[in-house]
Design a protein around this ligand. Structure first.
Ligand code: BGC
Length: 251
């Protein structure tokens, strides 16, 4: 077994997934453990599920946990796509109660994916200004410069005209409104052009489940910044969380 290992848990809307991560490669060592997200996904119910995953894995040591929320000083501050009771939750206290033997470190899900992508995925994302976007239920964002993270950027909530970017162009909107790739990509292009006019990145990296089918839409994008698909898929959040917890790279 690799000796430089960590543990990450990715909290999503439908599943909570965790596993042991090889911190040299970002790959999972052994099984990925998945439990359906409890309903309602209150802080106590989610923390208990995270604890269950850690117990099943028999992991001892620090645990990184992603949340689809702003996490500042280990306090969750936003709940756009999660249970509203997360707002102002002190995650240190919460996890100390449910997971007393494992120090837990919580960070935003897209930030975790960005850290993992820079470290283990796209080499070209290691230098310069990079914006990683995850397209799923919402739009998550990670702002990176030379591999360092500016946390909690929340670009999915930027208004474009009178609509938030994620209400216009998330993968969930594509599905809900039954948009073709062509129609949806027009909206994504508009979002990217707005971001590039503000941040002037060297590169966009696009992730989330829909990036698996990148050949259907990334070539259709119209913006001046190069766009590449994320190389890490399912396990980006888990790997980034494990990395953050092991190295203290925390918001
Ligand atoms: C949340 C972000 C999250 C993103 C992707 C947004 O609605 O506000 O914190 O990163 O969804 O899950």
């Amino acid at each position: 077994m690799a000796d430089n290992i960590g543990f990450g848990v990715d909290v999503g809307g439908s599943g909570i997934k965790g596993g042991v991560v090889d911190l040299d490669t970002g790959e999972l060592v052994g099984d990925r453990i998945k439990i359906f997200t409890p309903k309602p996904a209150t802080p106590d119910a989610v923390a208990e599920t995270v604890a269950e995953i850690v117990r099943i894995a028999g992991w001892e040591g620090p645990v990184g946990v992603t949340l689809p929320s702003v996490v500042r000083d280990q306090t969750a501050l936003l709940a756009a796509n999660i249970d509203k009771s997360w707002v102002d939750t002190d995650c240190r206290e919460l996890f100390a109660e449910h997971l007393p033997d494992n120090p837990a470190h919580v960070l935003n899900d897209a930030d975790a994916a960005g850290l993992a992508e820079v470290r283990f995925g796209n080499e070209e994302a290691r230098r310069g200004s990079v914006i990683l976007l995850t397209f799923g239920t919402g739009i998550g964002s990670a702002l990176l410069h030379d591999g360092l993270l500016y946390p909690n950027s929340e670009l999915g909530h930027l208004y474009i005209g009178d609509t938030e970017a994620e209400h216009m162009a998330s993968a969930a909107v594509k599905e809900r409104e039954e948009l073709s790739y062509k129609k949806w990509t027009k909206r994504v292009s508009k979002v990217l052009r707005t971001y590039e006019a503000l941040f002037w990145p060297n590169l966009f990296v696009v992730g989330g489940g829909i990036s698996r089918k990148h050949e259907k839409w990334v070539p259709l994008l119209e913006c001046r910044t190069p766009v590449v698909p994320a190389k890490l898929h399912n396990n980006a959040g888990i790997a980034g969380a494990a990395l953050a917890a092991a190295t203290g790279l925390l918001p």
